[in-house]
Design a protein around this ligand. Structure first.
Ligand SMILES: Cc1ncc(COP(=O)(O)O)c(C=O)c1O
Length: 486
């Protein structure tokens, strides 16, 4: 054995390891290296913003690099399923911080939280009332379970090209029309930060004895500051997901699923379903990043940084709201908004064009664009120098004569359409599909879920009729998957 290892080492040492590595392709590693050389100014997820909004102890640990890479089970970390040891304790501390009955750490983001909600609360042919602006993971939940969506539209704001709040009145109307509904499933806040009246919706759901699930993916900071809107966990929802990695400062793909103290959902069943869905090799670093984010947001620095994020957002809004050609979404427009998200439009420029100019001419990256506007995240890791650069860049863009030919492209981005459902998502998924040219697909049933990320809000779900109105959203699709005809 010793002989072998010596031979092995001596063989290796004959080579110049560095040169050997240079000859092997690693494109993603290249991209990471390049990104570090010229990092863009960041107003998007993840909210820790290159480590500025991280617990110092955790940041120090991260300097150890690969030494941190562990899965649960070994080295006394405890296990994720069932939750034991430090993992269990960290989840309990998270539940306390969120004032939840139970919180569960998620890998694979809030997406897996939505899958688990579906598996736990829905059955084949269950009726579920869902806001049309839900994330694509909700549709996956429908495909997995065979439940039938009853779609409700939030308010539409075509002028801003965003979805608004979900009306409690509309929910009540649908519940009366569909008395066998098992669950109401809504997204609040919306991607652009519009908050729905969850208290009123929860009361209606209680009256009709149905579960209320709230996708609060974008509200991960809310339980950590009284300057933020109140979380659905405190307003009567049964189950809530938070993408802690988006704004809460944990690492990408780490999220939380929580059930409230008043929840009708069995924790045993939800735990079991999470176990069915999760990897059996959870990354301890990702789990620890959730623990670190919770601790940071409870610390003085973390709390100050939430306040700063709100102040920076207010600064951006105040600087821009009276600037020629710029329009800023504010509560005066009749919306209740997350105070750390900023949505703006520049007259005569579509959202994608503004996003592209910011990236190419100013090296600034924002969270997302819609047909008309852009979404800027002011994060716990943001700093004032960057905020001033962003404001100046937007003023600059609004003052110049940038051209925008997007009106010639007949290309739309933020779907605000009414669906016509032919068969359930599960039936469409399993019926088999054929691929046809997009312009020949009108009138056929979609077999595919078409939703660009961000925001992951769909144009078509499996089982819906493809119509002419969809075509401007499908410009980048030469072909579509349609359900095979019998
Ligand atoms: C409303 C909403 N829910 C769920 C998700 C999925 O979250 P994750 O990326 O954490 O899986 C997203 C992602 O953008 C989202 O916008």
């Amino acid at each position: 054995m010793e002989e072998f290892s010596q031979k092995f080492l001596s063989n290796k040492s004959k080579q110049n390891l560095f040169l050997v590595e240079q000859n092997i392709e690693a494109p993603l590693v290249d991209a990471l290296e390049k990104n570090l050389l010229n990092p863009p100014i960041q107003f998007h997820i993840p909210g820790h913003t290159k480590g500025s909004g991280l617990l110092n102890r955790f940041k120090k640990l991260l300097e150890k690099g690969a030494l941190l890479d562990n899965t649960d089970e070994f080295n006394s970390f405890g296990t994720l399923h069932p939750a034991t040891g430090p993992v269990k304790k960290a989840q309990e501390l998270m539940a306390q911080a969120l004032n939840a009955k139970n919180s569960y750490f998620l890998l694979n983001g809030s997406s897996i939280g939505n899958f688990a909600i579906a598996l736990t609360c829905l059955k084949p042919n269950s009726n579920v009332i869902i806001g049309r602006n839900c994330h694509r993971s909700v549709i996956t939940g429908l495909i997995m379970t065979g439940a039938n969506p009853i779609w409700i539209n939030p308010q539409k704001h075509e002028d801003w090209s965003i979805w608004g709040e979900i009306s409690p009145y509309v929910i009540e109307k649908e519940l009366k029309k569909n008395p066998t509904t098992s669950m109401v499933w809504i997204t609040s806040p919306t991607y652009e930060g519009v908050v729905s009246d969850i208290r009123a919706i929860a009361e209606i759901c209680k009256k009709h004895n149905v579960i209320l699930a709230v996708d609060e993916a974008h509200g991960a900071l809310w339980n950590f500051s009284d300057k933020m809107p109140t979380s659905a966990l405190q307003l009567g929802a049964d189950v809530v997901v938070h993408s802690m990695h988006k704004t809460g400062g944990s690492f990408s793909q780490s999220s939380i699923l929580s059930i409230s103290h008043s929840s009708k959902i069995s924790e045993k069943i939800i735990e079991n379903n999470l176990r069915l869905l999760h990897t059996t090799s959870p990354s301890v670093t990702l789990l620890a990043s959730l623990d670190a984010a919770r601790a940071y947001l409870q610390s003085i620095e973390g709390k100050e940084n939430i306040e700063k994020a709100i102040q920076f957002a207010n600064y951006i809004k105040n600087e821009l709201k009276n600037f020629p050609k710029v329009l800023v979404l504010t509560e005066q427009d009749g919306f209740k908004l997350d105070p750390a998200r900023v949505y703006i439009m520049i007259k005569n420029l579509c959202g994608r064009r503004i996003e592209n100019i910011l990236k190419t001419d100013y090296n600034i990256e924002i969270e997302a664009s819609t047909d008309n506007g852009i979404l800027i995240l002011s994060n716990i890791g943001s700093n004032f120098d960057d905020v001033k650069i962003l404001v100046n860049a937007i003023k600059d863009i609004a003052s110049q004569n940038y051209a925008d030919i997007s009106h010639l492209e007949n290309y739309k981005f933020m779907p605000l359409l009414n669906p016509e459902i032919k068969i359930s998502p599960k039936e469409a998924f399993y019926k088999g599909f054929e691929i046809i040219e997009t312009n020949k697909a009108v009138g056929k049933i979609s077999a595919d879920l078409i939703a660009e990320c961000p925001p992951g809000i769909f144009v078509l779900t499996p089982g819906e009729i493809i119509k002419k109105e969809h075509l401007p959203y499908l410009v980048n699709y030469k072909t579509l998957k349609v359900v095979k005809e019998d």
